[in-house]
Design a protein around this ligand. Structure first.
Ligand code: ADP
Ligand code: MG
Length: 400
């Protein structure tokens, strides 16, 4: 039975993000509840769009969160539960299953949270992935390393932003690392390191249909930037053969991973060795590192806003994509040695957004001509290194 009352959305985010999601829920007439971490109680949340804010003590076990949310649900009906950040997806899926609410359950959630699960699923659907092996059976790993030439990467199944990824050059290098990881080793996988360009595709999905996607290429692979230090750039690809092949593999992967509705940020490598596209990873969330702002600059579409609209529609109401613009856009971001770097020396009219964040410098660029964006990124990168770049190897979060 449906009642004539506003839909109540419970957003969960233990990272401060998703302002536009919360605002859009409010604009659409929803009651908006936000569950966050105690340490973010006083963060700059869009308070005018939040009806109630709940804060969780650090490290609260999942069972206690289920109890706490069920307690809240005694006195107000909750219609949707949405995790705004990657690390809250398990909590949200557990709660949805507990309360039998629509949206992704635990099995599907794992396809997006566990790099092993997404690889196995991709393979089952005939999508190319770098040759990999789970870190489960040592004889299997030894066999793998004698048959799949290195180097390889040992990566955590559930991290983001290139955290914890280690390049392994020879079998003798791997075993001591596994030994050191001890019981944690089975939360890793080993795969072939494939040098090549890294792409990201940011999608809006409604009832299993990819209704929008934006295809971009990182200037340097994110691992190089995160672990080696450097300037992070990305560039929205113009329509053409390259973009079309990425759209196609993105559509295939989203079907394989069974995303019903929402947004996705998928990454692919074009391997130098054979020129083919390989699936790297896919998250059911908005891409980090100001990708949202770059996509909005190119198209006028806000991934956060559309995600909110699709969640509210919940497959029961029709969803319609807003009209789109077809500009080119780019993004440049770097750690800065200055606390508040002065970017006033950069004043090209293509700068549509200046990233304001402690110890960071960065812009979102927009122009009708993709060549102009590429030229600006090429010009700005060495200037950023000189003007801002920190000496310490940076760990940009989130560049995933
Ligand atoms: N198999 C691989 N071959 C080459 N580079 C890789 C491989 N796996 C990861 N990388 C590099 O590491 C980065 C992070 O890996 P990814 O699987 O996307 O994990 P994360 O969730 O940390 O972003 C990639 O963007 C890419 O630069
Ligand atoms: Mg990644």
């Amino acid at each position: 039975m449906t009642e004539a009352r506003p839909i109540t959305v419970l957003a969960i985010s233990t990272y401060v993000k998703g302002h536009e999601f919360l605002r859009e829920c409010k604009r659409q007439g929803c009651r908006v509840l936000l569950l966050t971490a105690e340490k973010h109680r006083d963060a700059d949340w869009p308070r005018e769009s939040i009806d109630e804010l709940f804060c969780l003590p650090n490290e609260l076990p999942l069972a206690d969160i289920v109890n706490a949310v069920s307690y809240v649900a005694r006195s107000q009906k909750i219609d949707r539960i949405v995790a705004l950040d990657e690390y809250d997806m398990e909590t949200a899926a557990t709660l949805r299953e507990h309360m039998r609410l629509p949206g992704m359950g635990l099995t599907t959630m794992r396809y997006f949270r566990d790099k092993l699960a997404m690889r196995v699923q991709a393979l089952d659907y005939g999508i190319r992935v770098p040759d990999f092996i789970p870190v489960i059976n040592h004889a299997d790993i030894a066999y793998y390393m004698t048959h799949v030439p290195g180097p390889w990467v040992l990566k955590p199944r559930q991290e983001a932003a290139a955290i914890g990824i280690k390049k392994i050059h020879a079998p003798e290098e791997l075993w001591p690392v596994l030994e050191q990881l001890g019981d944690r080793q089975s939360t890793y996988l080993l795969e072939k390191f494939l040098p090549g360009e890294v792409y990201h595709v940011d999608s809006v999905v409604s009832e299993r249909d990819v209704v929008f996607c934006s295809v971009s290429r990182y200037g340097q692979p994110p691992m190089v930037v995160a672990q080696g230090g450097g300037v992070f750039t990305s560039f929205v690809l113009p329509e053409g053969e390259e973009a079309a092949s990425l759209r196609e593999i993105n559509r295939e992967i989203l079907r394989a991973l069974k995303l019903m509705r929402g947004v996705a940020h998928a990454e692919f490598i074009r391997a130098e060795a054979d020129g083919e596209l390989y699936f790297l990873e896919c998250a059911a969330r908005v891409g980090g590192a100001y990708i949202h702002e770059m996509v909005e600059a190119a198209t006028g579409l806000s991934l956060w806003r559309e995600w909110a609209r699709i969640e509210i529609a919940g497959g029961r109401l029709p969803y319609q994509l807003p009209p789109l613009r077809h500009d080119s856009a780019g993004l440049i971001l770097s750690l800065a040695r200055q606390e508040e770097p002065d970017t006033s020396g950069y004043n090209d009219p293509e700068i549509v957004y200046r990233i304001k964040k402690h110890h960071h410098a960065g812009f979102v660029l927009r122009a009708p001509d993709p060549a102009r964006i590429q030229a600006l990124l090429q010009d700005y990168t060495p200037r950023f290194i000189k003007d801002f770049l920190a000496v310490e190897p940076p760990l940009l979060k989130p560049v995933d």
